[in-house]
Design a protein around this ligand. Structure first.
Ligand SMILES: *[C@@H]1O[C@H](CO)[C@@H](O)[C@H](O)[C@H]1NC(C)=O
Ligand SMILES: *[C@@H]1O[C@H](CO)[C@@H](O)[C@H](O)[C@H]1NC(C)=O
Ligand SMILES: *[C@@H]1O[C@H](CO)[C@@H](O)[C@H](O)[C@H]1NC(C)=O
Ligand SMILES: *[C@@H]1O[C@H](CO)[C@@H](O)[C@H](O)[C@H]1NC(C)=O
Ligand SMILES: *[C@@H]1O[C@H](CO)[C@@H](O)[C@H](O)[C@H]1NC(C)=O
Length: 510
């Protein structure tokens, strides 16, 4: 009898264990994903000693800091689609920007992160810049975005963002289920192209000056052009320095906004059961940055803060991680499996990213990341595929005979206009490359980022690097096949997909 009673007790304990490990039951686990818009390494967390970012700094003390985090695509909507699906742009269909005339969307059948979470009875919310579609692929229960609000209000007015986060969290206190809240700041994006009255980075919006309105929670921080740190890939000119000083002021709004969001999380009582991730969508909007697959266009800040894994809080990880890892990480945190399905009649869709949670306990040996870009604006077709492994970075410029395209927002930036004017006038530009070299690239670019951090010496035709070139080409192609890349045979062959998919040669001399 005693024995039987004992095993009955054991059974109950086991049942309780099962219930406990089931998300949404006794142990609640939530996610707060914070994405900056074109945010880079201009923060104290990454040792910029000029710009003041105390709130990101505080978050980093509760986080693992990734020093080698990358987006797989250096463009807003494509990058956001990869964050929310775990699939590269060429696989989820968001080839370029989502808004207005560009009009790109993901495929209807994509099983996105918010969709999978919603099916697992997790409440989803988005505040700020959405910039992806269609709506059915990216459903959110709570949604304040540019689709039905002013993006300045939901993306840059940190008082408004604070109040929306409060509304989401306090209404959640009634709920049994966990939440996934995505706060997508529009700071520190440029705005000289859309809202020039507020300055090149909207750094004047809400600063209290006449006509600028006031953001009650923002205390703007100002920097002089001679103070800023000019990254090696940006020309050191008065125009670029003024541009960077404006960007720093806007970063003070992002940083204080993050502080407010984290304070709301704490005050609503969710700090101890919420995984917090901070990153950005692509490189900073400067020459050689955003829209490029160079390191300056794809390297991202990344903080992962788990209240359950504190051992590595404040440490810096060297592991190579990708925004393609965000979806697998969040699914892992909620114990939600990725379903078997296929897209457009292809093979089963596989996530090529991985959960970052194991890195929070021990430093992993991850040293490879992949990149894929097709467009930014609809006119900016410039397909590139790339792999970064150890120190070596390989870029394949598929349509290398055409000039690299320039986007509208970047074109009117003081830094680029200055570069353009000086080039046009035949004067020195203070840039590390010429505009001609920027426009016209080799088909294959191979860099050793250890000895050449600005990626200025192309080793692709260097005989001593032939082995590594071939190895990386093979690996890149393997990833392209594995992610159903329609461009896998370009530019010298045509992909025939009927029966056995294969590349059929064009004999076009490439
Ligand atoms: C910042 O600098 C310190 C001291 O040199 C270094 O230990 C740390 O790894 C750096 N942090 C990052 C994120 O690069
Ligand atoms: C929101 O949550 C409910 C569950 O209460 C779900 O059934 C509904 O479809 C969700 N989605 C949206 C977009 O509101
Ligand atoms: C925006 O849409 C969401 C639902 O998608 C709704 O809850 C919210 O009230 C809307 N906001 C405005 C200002 O229309
Ligand atoms: C920001 O939002 C707050 C709260 O909604 C509002 O009072 C304030 O006027 C807004 N500021 C600007 C510059 O729009
Ligand atoms: C560049 O040249 C254009 C046309 O001459 C001029 O309007 C503009 O102010 C110049 N910009 C810079 C940053 O020098």
């Amino acid at each position: 009898m005693a024995f039987q009673y004992g095993s009955y007790r054991l059974g109950l304990v086991f049942l309780a264990f099962l219930l406990n490990s089931c998300p949404g039951e006794s142990k609640r686990r939530n996610v707060l994903l914070i994405i900056g818009d074109d945010a880079g390494f201009e923060t104290e967390v990454y040792n910029n000693t000029v710009v003041r970012t105390p709130h990101l700094q505080a978050l980093s003390r509760r986080s693992l800091i990734f020093k080698n985090a990358f987006t797989s695509v250096s463009s807003c909507s494509p990058s956001r689609s990869t964050i929310l699906t775990g699939l590269p742009q060429h696989q989820n269909g968001m080839y370029g920007l989502h808004q207005s005339v560009h009009h790109f969307n993901s495929f209807d059948g994509v099983q996105s992160l918010p969709l999978l979470l919603q099916q697992a009875n997790i409440r989803t919310g988005i505040i700020g810049k959405k910039h992806v579609g269609p709506g059915l692929v990216y459903p959110f229960n709570f949604s304040y975005t540019e689709e039905n609000n002013s993006v300045l209000q939901v993306g840059r007015n940190i008082t408004r963002i604070k109040l929306l986060v409060r509304k989401f969290l306090w209404s959640h206190k009634e709920e049994e289920r966990p939440f996934f809240l995505y706060v997508a700041f529009h700071d520190p994006h440029r705005c000289g192209h859309s809202q020039p009255q507020y300055g090149a980075f909207c750094e004047k919006f809400g600063n209290g000056d006449s006509g600028m309105g006031r953001i009650p929670d923002w205390e703007p921080k100002y920097y002089s052009p001679d103070q800023v740190k000019v990254p090696a890939f940006i020309p050191d000119t008065p125009a670029a320095r003024a541009d960077l000083a404006a960007q720093y002021t806007t970063i003070s709004r992002l940083d204080q906004g993050i502080g407010l969001v984290l304070k709301e999380l704490r005050e609503a009582g969710f700090e101890e059961d919420t995984l917090v991730i901070y990153s950005s969508d692509n490189g900073i909007p400067f020459p050689n940055g955003r829209t490029n697959l160079y390191m300056s266009g794809v390297a991202e800040p990344m903080l992962v803060s788990s209240p359950e894994q504190r051992r590595r809080w404040g440490q810096v990880s060297q592991a190579y991680v990708s925004l393609l890892d965000v979806t697998p990480t969040i699914l892992d945190w909620f114990s939600v499996p990725y379903p078997p399905y296929s897209l457009t009649g292809g093979p089963l869709v596989q996530l090529t990213g991985r959960s970052l949670l194991p890195a929070l306990s021990t430093e992993p040996a991850w040293s490879t990341v992949y990149f894929s870009q097709s467009l930014h604006e609809v006119t900016m077709y410039y397909p590139m595929r790339s792999v970064y492994q150890g120190p070596f970075h390989l870029i394949h410029n598929l349509n290398y005979r055409m000039p690299f395209p320039i986007d509208q927002d970047f074109y009117v930036s003081p830094t680029f206009l200055d570069l353009l004017n000086h080039t046009q006038a035949g004067q020195p530009t203070s840039w590390f490359k010429t505009l001609k070299d920027y426009y016209y690239r080799e088909r294959w670019e191979l860099y050793d980022t250890r000895s050449d951090p600005t990626e200025s010496r192309n080793l692709a035709s260097d005989p001593t690097h032939m082995n590594i070139l071939e190895t990386l080409k093979t690996q890149l192609l393997k990833w392209q096949w594995g992610t159903s890349d329609p461009w896998v045979c370009s530019p010298d062959a045509v992909l025939e997909t009927k029966l056995e998919p294969q590349c059929r040669p064009l004999y076009n001399g490439l």
